[in-house]
Design a protein. Structure first.
Length: 101
């Protein structure tokens, strides 16, 4: 029984090390890029990332991810939802959104 739990724990641990970014990682990376481009007063606030699907990028480092993003824009004072595809690369312990796919 202990071996079974040890195997499950090891699989979960390794899966976390070798997988792509989580929804929270994507949300943080998208927020950082948006703020860098538009400034903290004009950048939309990413509220939710859902239906995240990532696969290793072909011929480039990182992961190509597709997801639904819900954000609030202070410029238009409105919320919007959109389908997004972006590449993410891990830099130390932080995921970074790239401007190419």
């Amino acid at each position: 029984m202990r071996i079974k739990y040890a195997c499950v724990s090891l699989c979960l641990l390794l899966g976390g090390c070798f997988g792509g970014p989580s929804s929270d990682d994507v949300k943080s990376a998208m927020q950082e890029v948006s703020t860098a481009l538009l400034g903290s007063r004009m950048a939309p606030t990413f509220e939710d990332i859902s239906n995240l699907s990532c696969k290793e990028a072909n011929g480039k480092p990182g992961y190509l991810c597709s997801f639904n993003a819900t954000s609030y824009s202070p410029m238009t004072k409105s919320r919007s939802a959109q389908y997004v595809e972006a590449r993410f690369v891990q830099n130390n312990s932080k995921w970074v959104a790239m401007n190419d796919k």
